[in-house]
Design a binder for this molecule. Structure first.
Ligand SMILES: Cc1cc2nc3c(=O)[nH]c(=O)nc-3n(C[C@H](O)[C@H](O)[C@H](O)COP(=O)(O)OP(=O)(O)OC[C@H]3O[C@@H](n4cnc5c(N)ncnc54)[C@H](O)[C@@H]3O)c2cc1C
Length: 385
């Protein structure tokens, strides 16, 4: 029986441990935190969006190669079957997002750890991996340095956001095979004037956000420091990479119709009254129009309509990396074999958010982590022969 070490007890590492232990290997999962799966538990705080029930092709399109092929082996249906297999009933929301009926992650994590323990997996917490030494994995622990024989190892130490939950990105320090971490699924700073203060915290509904090739009808929030929330996250990769962010405040209105309404406007009333009463904009949307002087230098109804359909949001940059839901960057795929094994370290595999890929929230992240954990775990089983 071989000894396998999984470093990082998030969803990717636990899935690798599941595959390795099911194949009969002795598996230790080591995590630097006092308990396992802290980010996974946090992900469940406002509803654990495990995956998305949608056409397989469009689901897979959310991933770039080689993650697309890896997710194809363990896709949205497989994730749902797996969660149900752990005794977790699921439901699908109106947008196709799949959640455990319990909403939070703790029942699923408990059931998962019980299954892993029954398969012989040993959990070590407060074990901080510090490297490999002659076939052994070395850890700094409260009881001093500990070493474990590792016939195979799976690294699953996560990305570099929400450091307090464990994944601090320190594993990447000094490595030449890592792309710099960048925030993903993040909000953006906007230097609002005090005029916007009454609207901070307001959810913005029925809009269409656009940036580069990305767009979103998702809800977002006008925050004190900028813009954030699901809709913003969906377009955040393009904004982070320099594309201007615009919002259509009336996505369900036909332009010609809008021009007619604007042309008929009663000029004795203020613009704000017209925006609210004539066009049905919410107070926060009307305030946004005023904040950026959207109609400066024009009275042309066609120009007003065009501007309402592409309001520029003056973002000054992404929120700090640590506040991002996930990170782009990480271990580059050119340093790995198709089996996710480090080319220069036979027997050492990698999975999850620590790899250089990104996806939008909405279940794609967790599915990608679970699928890559499974892929790396299965490859480690083959390696151990
Ligand atoms: C607030 C929030 C909400 C989210 N909601 C969702 C959602 O609804 N749906 C979705 O798909 N995704 C969601 N995500 C993203 C998702 O949680 C992550 O993508 C996923 O947890 C990453 O899994 P992982 O196993 O790769 O890494 P992680 O879950 O980050 O686990 C990595 C583990 O490695 C450990 N570790 C790090 N360094 C060391 C070391 N040197 N030695 C030992 N252990 C180490 C860490 O302590 C950590 O436990 C959310 C994220 C956040 C922050």
């Amino acid at each position: 029986m071989a000894e396998a070490v999984v470093i990082g007890g998030g969803p990717a590492g636990l899935m690798a441990a599941e595959v390795l232990s099911a194949a009969g290997h002795r598996v230790t999962v080591a995590d630097r935190m006092p308990s396992i799966g802290r980010k996974f538990l946090m992900a469940g705080k406002s509803g654990l969006n495990l995956t998305k029930a949608e056409a397989r092709d469009s689901f897979l399109m959310q991933f770039q190669s080689p993650m697309r092929g890896i997710v194809a082996e363990f896709d949205m249906d497989a994730v749902q079957d797996w969660a149900r297999g752990l005794g977790q009933p699921l439901f699908t929301g109106s947008t196709g997002r799949v959640f455990p009926t319990a909403m939070k992650a703790s029942p699923l994590l408990r059931a998962w750890m019980a299954r892993l323990s029954a398969q012989g997996v040993v959990f070590r917490t407060r074990w901080h991996w510090s490297g490999f030494d002659q076939g052994e994995a070395r850890f700094e622990t409260p009881d001093g340095t500990q070493s474990l024989r590792a016939d195979a190892a799976v690294l699953a130490m996560g990305g570099a956001s929400w450091r307090r939950l464990g994944s601090d990105g320190q594993w990447a320090k000094g490595r030449g095979d890592v792309s710099a971490f960048r925030p993903a699924n993040c909000g953006f700073a906007v230097p609002w004037s005090p005029y916007m203060a009454p609207h901070f915290g307001t959810p913005m509904k029925a809009t269409l956000l656009s940036a580069g090739h990305l767009c979103s009808r998702g809800e977002w929030v006008l925050g004190q420091h900028g813009v954030e929330g699901g809709g913003i996250y969906e377009v955040s990769a393009a904004v982070r990479d320099g594309a201007p962010l615009t919002v259509d405040l009336l996505p369900d209105h036909d332009v010609a119709d809008l021009v007619k309404k604007i042309a008929r406007r009663n000029r004795k009333k203020t613009v704000t009254v017209f925006l609210k009463k004539g066009l049905g904009l919410s107070p926060a949307k009307a305030a946004l129009v005023n904040e950026i002087s959207l109609f400066a230098n024009t009275e042309d109804p066609a120009e007003w309509a065009a501007r309402l359909k592409a309001v520029p949001l003056p973002c000054s940059g992404p929120f700090p990396l640590d506040q991002a839901i996930s990170t782009a960057g990480g271990l580059r795929f050119d340093a790995l074999t198709d089996d996710l094994m480090l080319k220069n370290q036979p027997g050492v595999f990698a999975a999850g958010e620590m790899l250089d890929w990104e996806a939008i929230t909405g279940g794609y992240l967790l599915t990608g982590c679970l699928a890559s954990g499974r892929h790396a775990g299965s490859a480690a089983v083959r390696f151990l022969g």
